[in-house]
Every structure is written in structure tokens, then in C-alpha cells.
Design a protein around this ligand. Structure first.
Ligand SMILES: Cc1cc2nc3c(=O)[nH]c(=O)nc-3n(C[C@H](O)[C@H](O)[C@H](O)COP(=O)(O)OP(=O)(O)OC[C@H]3O[C@@H](n4cnc5c(N)ncnc54)[C@H](O)[C@@H]3O)c2cc1C
Length: 305
């Protein structure tokens, strides 16, 4: 046998690398990542927001439990702060009020939120079309996360504890033999007691290749882009919260050098090296700047040949 580890983790995104960092202090760990760099797929494309009033109840609880680590990571984990206070504003038009009220009540179960009337919503985000706003709520504790520093911190912790992170490393064969997993890759064979599938969108194909029944996961594509702010609006936009209508038909948030916009789409897709759909981005941008989508698309020169 070429090598033996206690645990081999397939997938070097935030899930695989953060798990490796936790386990490496107790166990002999290896992470196998197919790409040249960890975090190249979903992890490198996230909006990097911590929003407690988002997603199903289990996710809300996990998000809440993660906050303490992000706000006060262990000494030596990273050199810069992992978080910056952003705030989050959810708003709705008259017809959305029942849903907005429901979302507000749900949010109150896990985090502090403030109900805002129309004027307060527009004071919080003056660029919204007043006709589309009846009320909203603010989650002041929404954070911007430094996703790169977070991933790098977990990578450093893994390596410091003796864990191995192998990039451009994709298992060719994975089999269970005599109570041990045998992973064959282009540079040899690895034996391990526990094999972890942290392959994100590829998790079902990794399971199938290892003879494990897939869970039936459906990868979804979400288009997002970071676009330059209109120069005449830069000063006004930089301090805005993360903003989304309650029907989640789009969202935007200021970043260091631009504005991130997304239609918050969830388009079924095969696992792949995802790219933003140019029309989705043009529509999101047109919602944000109140321009027709066709004009936004031309201005952004998003068309592909
Ligand atoms: C546009 C967008 C915005 C988002 N915004 C937020 C947000 O604001 N806040 C938030 O909390 N979350 C957000 N998310 C979700 C978040 O990014 C993901 O939940 C998270 O990054 C998933 O991490 P992961 O490690 O599971 O997957 P990935 O980062 O995709 O990692 C899986 C890794 O497995 C590797 N792999 C696959 N197959 C193999 C194989 N056979 N062998 C070896 N390696 C393999 C891949 O190369 C990949 O690196 C967003 C996602 C998107 C797309």
C-alpha cells in the first residue's frame, strides 16, 4: 500500500477543508481536490453573507451557531477580520405584505429584526422604486464574510496539524475491501478507515463511483456578478445593506469594488464549472438600475460569441 490515512476527504471546498482542519489535530487526514486550487467552485463564487433569517430552519440554526467563530476565530487563524457588519433589508410591495409578515415572524425566532414602514425602508435604501415598497424588515446583524480568508485559515490549520491537501487529485477508483476504503488515483493508492464525500455538486457521482447509493441531489446554478457601480451613484451605494425583495426575485449588495447582483435563480444543472448566465445578470442589473434588460445587456457587453 502506498499510503494510509485515518480519514480521506474528497472535495476541497469550504465543507471539506473546514472538516479537515477540525479533524487533523486528532487524526491523520488527507483531502483530495480535483482542481488546481481548493475552493474553485461554489466556495469561490459565494456572496459571502451570513444571514440568519435565510433558508430552512436547520440552516438558520447552523448559521446562528457559526457566528461566534466568524466574529472571534481562534488566535493565529487569520491575519484580518473575517467579518464586516453589512445589515440586510427585506422588503415587499402591498401584495407581498402577508408573506413579508410571515417571513418577519419566522426571522424573529432566530435573530433580531426590526419592522420598517415604507418611509423607513426607503430611508434605508433610497434607490428602491417607491411604488414597489409597502414595508420591510431590517436584520442589522447580517455580516459580510471574507470567504477567502476563511478558506485560507482552514487550509493553514489543516497543514499546521499535519493534514495533507492534495490538489489536481481525483480518485480513479474507490472501493471498500476488508473494512478499509481503497482509493486509487494517478499517483498511487491510499487506504483509509473513513471516506468523506464533500464533493459539493458532484457528491452523487462520487457516491456512485464508490458503490454507495446516491442521495438524489440536484445541483442548481445561480448566476451572480460583481459589476462596477454607476459612477454617479458610488457614494450613495457603498453603505447600503444587502437588499432583497421578499419574493427573492433578485438581490444586491455592495462589495469593495463593485455591486454584486443576482436573480437568486436556482436553475437545475449537471455538475459543472458553472458560469453566470449573461441574460440573468442583465435582468438583475436592469432591476437594480431600472434600465430595460436589453440595454443593460448591451452596456455590460455580456453577450458571448
Ligand atoms: C452565487 C452563489 C452565492 C452564494 N452565496 C452564499 C452566501 O451569501 N452565504 C452562504 O453561506 N452561502 C452562499 N452560497 C453557497 C455556498 O457557496 C456553498 O454552500 C458552499 O460553498 C458549498 O461548499 P462545498 O465545499 O460543499 O462545495 P464546493 O465549494 O463546490 O466544493 C466541492 C469541491 O469538490 C471537488 N470535487 C468534486 N468532485 C471531485 C472528485 N471526484 N475528486 C476530487 N475533488 C472533487 C470540487 O472540485 C470542489 O472544489 C452561494 C453559492 C452561490 C453559487
Amino acid at each position: 500500500m502506498d499510503e494510509r490515512f485515518d480519514v480521506v476527504i474528497i472535495g476541497g471546498g469550504i465543507a471539506g477543508i473546514s472538516l479537515a482542519a477540525r479533524l487533523a489535530t486528532h487524526l491523520k487526514i488527507a483531502v483530495l481536490e480535483a482542481e488546481e486550487h481548493p475552493g474553485q467552485h461554489a466556495t469561490g463564487r459565494s456572496a459571502a453573507l451570513l444571514v440568519e433569517a435565510y433558508g430552512p430552519p436547520e440552516i438558520r440554526r447552523l448559521t446562528g451557531m457559526s457566528r461566534a467563530f466568524f466574529e472571534a476565530p481562534p488566535a493565529g487563524f487569520c491575519e484580518t477580520a473575517l467579518t464586516r457588519r453589512r445589515g440586510g433589508l427585506i422588503y415587499g410591495a402591498e401584495r407581498d405584505l402577508p408573506r413579508l409578515r410571515e417571513e418577519y415572524e419566522l426571522a424573529r425566532e432566530t435573530t433580531d429584526v426590526l419592522w420598517l414602514d415604507k418611509d423607513a425602508v426607503l430611508a434605508c435604501c433610497p434607490i428602491l422604486e417607491p411604488g414597489g415598497v409597502a414595508a420591510g424588515f431590517l436584520e442589522p446583524s447580517v455580516l459580510d464574510l471574507d470567504a477567502t480568508a476563511l478558506l485560507q485559515g482552514f487550509l493553514r490549520s489543516t497543514r499546521r496539524a499535519g493534514g495533507a491537501v492534495r490538489t489536481t487529485s481525483r480518485p480513479e477508483r474507490t472501493e471498500l475491501a476488508g473494512g478499509e476504503w481503497l482509493v486509487t488515483h494517478d499517483r498511487g493508492r491510499i487506504a483509509c478507515s473513513v471516506l468523506v464525500n464533500a464533493a459539493g455538486a458532484w457528491a452523487d457521482s462520487v457516491a456512485r463511483a464508490a458503490g454507495v447509493p446516491p442521495l438524489g441531489l440536484q445541483p442548481m446554478r445561480r448566476s451572480a456578478a460583481s459589476l462596477p457601480m454607476p459612477p454617479n451613484m458610488e457614494a450613495q451605494l457603498t453603505g447600503l445593506p444587502f437588499v432583497a425583495p421578499v419574493d427573492e426575485s433578485f438581490y444586491f449588495k455592495p462589495e469593495a469594488r463593485g455591486m454584486m447582483v443576482s436573480l437568486a435563480d436556482e436553475t437545475p444543472s449537471d455538475p459543472c464549472d458553472a458560469f453566470a448566465d449573461d441574460l440573468d445578470i442583465a435582468i438583475a442589473w436592469s432591476g437594480f438600475t431600472r434600465q430595460p434588460a436589453s440595454r443593460a445587456r448591451d452596456r455590460l457587453r455580456l453577450g458571448r460569441d
